[in-house]
Design a protein. Sequence first.
Lengths: 195, 204
Amino acid sequence: MRHSSNDAIFRIPWPAYVVAALVAAGVTFSVLYLFYPVLSDTMATRAILHANDGRWNALYHAAPVVPGAEPLPRSSPDILYTFAPIALSEDPLLLEVELRDDPALHYWILSVFAPDLSTLFVTDDVDAPGKTRRKYAFVAPGVSRERADPEATLVELPVNKALLIMQYVPASAADRGTVDEMRRRSRLYELWMKL
Amino acid sequence: MNDRGSSRVPLHARAVLEAMVLTVVSLAAGVAAGIGLFFYVLDGSGGVSNGAWSSYDGESSSQMALDALAHHAIYEIGQGRAWQWTTSTDSEGEPLDRQRHYRIVSKALPARFWSITLYDMEDRLLPNEWKRYSVTSRDVVTEPDGSFVVDVSPTILTRASNWIASGATPRGDVSFLAYLRMYSVAPGRDPAATDLPTIVRLPD
């Protein structure tokens, strides 16, 4: 059967379909590449907030990690986790942690991550061995240093929203209770609440 | 009859329809390929490798690699100070299998605290009746020079102090991940040049 010249107008050569497919693939890849960080930030923050009943600037002491009750993917059964999704305003956010120089506590580390997983701040027992009580003042970009508690270690964060994680390693399973008590004495509050 | 039926549709209309269908199909194929390529690149991007282990250290990893971790809400990297290594293969490159017996052999690890924990491919602990999910520097039995040997097997071994249970086979999925945490790593260490444990499969 022969096609008329009118039909030929509507017949697209096959390389054009290949080009269209390649362009679609490229555009799709580029869009995902550009917007995925936003999407993943949202998902990660949502996961943490879900664990913390949707509360910002409040400490959440996760139960000891056992199969089927992991607070986050790849949680460690040897570590007690305390989380806080933090949202900084014009007031410094103060964290007071009690890290008794106690043989029950084998190791601790405090980290603050941006939602995109960049590490903003990290400290552990190697930085200040022996001290029992530590105070950190987290401040948002542009907040005056004078507003922070002078006793606190000032931590300037380049973002307004972040995730704070304290990890406590008890010296043994039998020491979990002691360490759990210790971490529950930690406090997180905006400075204006204290004045 | 077909010829008679099709002859009712003008030929140019058929050509248009054909072109539209092919266009939609090629665009759909392109979008699917773009999505597939993105996640392929995402899963394989960035990180540091050392033997069978790979790591995201927060400094040298690409933002895309970090995004991949953020997507899974895995928030355990710490700049330089804490290394997190993961592998789903033994040192020969063979996938880790819960039904097999492995031996983890290591020199002393240069960290204030370390642990090796096993997870399934969805990042969950491997349940087992002995509650042996990990070994740590806190309780592993080492040689005087700090080196150690840890066994991984589905059933209990005599040397229980240095043993992790790979658990019962669940729903046919036998693969698993080994995850090495190293906290307060000695400063100045190069992650790619540090001796990490080897994972050797033992004969059945």
